[in-house]
Design a protein around this ligand. Structure first.
Ligand SMILES: Nc1ncnc2c1ncn2[C@@H]1O[C@H](COP(=O)(O)OP(=O)(O)O)[C@@H](O)[C@H]1O
Ligand SMILES: [Mg+2]
Length: 271
């Protein structure tokens, strides 16, 4: 894809310039090279899928983007600037939020409180300031609540807002995790297998929410997904990884017809 001019997709969404640019990323764990000199970009407004067999390095790539892992080689560019090595909370402050392959919520806490934790990166008022300047802390709390309520409405989880997360079925936990990420009002949202383990109906719901988030808030989305039907339906472009290498990159149609991708991934049975 040489095209770098903004364009409108067939379904009327606007795609802008490059938002995230990964250049020559290499990541090693001891002797294991999880990512081998991979470059790809994510454009503003895009839904970008990352696919490939288990162990290909997909989650590692999201972890590099979100600052959990630091590559030995390569550059991460975000909004036209080269990013210095950063801690995850600093990356979050730049406007990058994520969900995890294995759900990471506070099981004993309510849905509402879990989603409120998504606002933490935005809270300017520390404990001391709260004590001496109550008004400001209260205004901040009200503003945070408003955003959280908007997310709860949007994801249609009003009915479970007080339920402890531990009691929810799997599909709803995944939705709460998405809600927490959205509460941070991210510019870029990273979803690691948001539909893994879901039944058909849950997948349809999640697909619709992902599209709606992208459409209504203009959020750029990078997602790892195994269900090829979902990938083909949702994504504007797809990166294909295999054993830490990039073996394909393009529109869903381009990737689907790429022989190396068929041999390594699409043509073989996988979950
Ligand atoms: N924290 C880690 N320590 C050591 N090895 C890791 C770590 N995370 C991932 N790996 C290794 O990196 C490779 C890629 O893993 P991962 O990124 O989880 O793949 P995927 O998400 O595509 O299934 C695997 O060989 C995995 O064992
Ligand atoms: Mg993974």
């Amino acid at each position: 894809m040489a095209q770098t001019e903004p364009y409108i997709t067939a379904d009327g969404r606007q795609i802008g310039g490059v938002l995230m640019d990964m250049r020559g990323i290499t990541l090693r764990f001891g002797g294991v090279e999880a990512i081998k000199n991979i470059s790809f970009d994510i454009r503003e407004g895009e839904i970008r899928a990352i696919i490939g067999p288990n162990g290909a390095g997909k989650s590692s790539m999201l972890n590099v983007i979100s600052g959990f892992y630091h590559p030995q080689d390569g550059e991460v560019w975000f909004r036209g600037e080269k990013r210095k090595p950063m801690k995850p909370y600093q990356v979050a402050r730049l406007g990058i939020a994520r969900t995890f392959q294995n759900i990471a919520l506070f099981e004993g806490m309510s849905v509402l409180d879990n989603i409120m934790t998504g606002r933490l990166t935005h809270m300017k008022t520390g404990l001391l300031a709260q004590a001496v300047w109550k008004g400001r802390a209260e205004r901040e709390e009200v503003a945070n609540r408003e955003i959280v309520e908007k997310v709860i409405d949007f994801l249609e989880i009003q009915a479970i807002r007080k339920t402890p997360v531990g009691r929810l079925p799997y599909g709803l936990k995944k939705r709460v995790e998405l809600a927490r990420a959205l509460a941070a009002e991210p510019k870029l949202l990273l979803l690691d297998e948001p539909m893994a383990g879901m039944n058909v109906e849950e997948k349809e719901d999640m697909s619709r929410f992902i599209l709606d988030v992208n459409d209504e808030f203009g959020t750029t989305i990078a997602l790892i997904e195994h269900d090829m039907g979902v990938v083909m339906d949702l994504s504007d472009r797809v990166v294909v990884m295999d054993y830490g290498r990039k073996i394909g990159d393009g529109t869903p149609d381009e990737v689907r017809n790429n022989q190396e991708v068929i041999d390594a991934y699409l043509g073989v049975a996988h979950e």
